[in-house]
Design a protein around this ligand. Sequence first.
Ligand SMILES: NC(=O)c1ccc[n+]([C@@H]2O[C@H](COP(=O)([O-])OP(=O)(O)OC[C@H]3O[C@@H](n4cnc5c(N)ncnc54)[C@H](OP(=O)(O)O)[C@@H]3O)[C@@H](O)[C@H]2O)c1
Length: 305
Amino acid sequence: MAQVTGKVCVTGAGGYLGSWVVKHLLSNNYTVHGTVRQPGDAKYAYLNQLERASHNLQLFKADVLDYDSLCSAITGCTGVFHVASPVPSTIGTLNVLKACVESNVKRVVVVSSVAAVSLNPRWPVGQIKNEACWSDKEYCAATKNWYCLSKTEAESEAFEFAKKSGLDVVTVCPTMILGPLLQSTINASSKVLINLLKEGYDSLENKIRKIVDVRDVAQALLLVYEKPAAEGRYICTAHAIKARDLVDMLRSMFPEYNYPKSFTEGGEEDTVSSEKLQRLGWSYRPLEETLVDSIESYKKAGILD
Ligand SMILES: NC(=O)c1ccc[n+]([C@@H]2O[C@H](COP(=O)([O-])OP(=O)(O)OC[C@H]3O[C@@H](n4cnc5c(N)ncnc54)[C@H](OP(=O)(O)O)[C@@H]3O)[C@@H](O)[C@H]2O)c1
């Protein structure tokens, strides 16, 4: 069973979510092996400046598509947080899981996505989607949703592998992640918010945005790692808000940006629930806090200039 504190590995430690996971683990007294692809690169310097990093963080050069490079990072670890996401992610995930078996890892937390949950045309219309809902691989391929297909394949194969090998695998499926950046590069989900502030779109679809804070996702990953009762998959989402309402909320707090000028109405939309994760003890912060902290971090990094 997972052990509270000890030595753990985080794949993709230099990414947006990965770096928050590392920060969170360090502040909870874990010793962390972080994998990055170019350890000498200045873009990872901030990781070594995190609190407790000088003693408790070691960076390893590893590509998840290269099994051997992963083994040295995972050896000696009790747990692994697989956050890195190459596309296609199936080979990477299976390499991580094989290295975990080899190293006798007690629990692996795999970051999947709501993309592996929600693309299912057979789910009853109007019914809230929970962990029993899986994206339909054929439908993902037919609609050319390659990210959805890749995350669905990686997550389902992770559970297949767990069944065959006896490895303890738990997955977390976040919706769109926002919140402050620790790193200097901009990841895809932060870009969505940055574009809302900067692009001045003539028209934007008034779709529901399902949002969760990066710090709350890091907390969820630690929770499912530490709680012995955690099993299977966990949807991780906090707020569902229409694009127009999100823009109104942003404008009321930060009137100075170049917001979308109009909205178009779309079709039917689905709802997902994090009830299972909340039953395990997870909670989340208010959306206003996520938005304010995101924008303050973009300002500090000069991204909004
Ligand atoms: N952001 C969201 O809204 C969202 C929502 C749901 C799920 N997710 C999932 O959350 C995870 C992290 O996403 P993110 O937003 O933090 O993305 P990100 O900032 O782009 O980070 C992705 C990380 O993956 C690493 N990576 C890519 N290919 C790799 C490879 N072949 N070997 C090793 N590492 C590799 C990158 O490492 P380098 O530093 O070496 O380039 C980077 O650190 C992903 O699994 C993603 O699918 C994200």
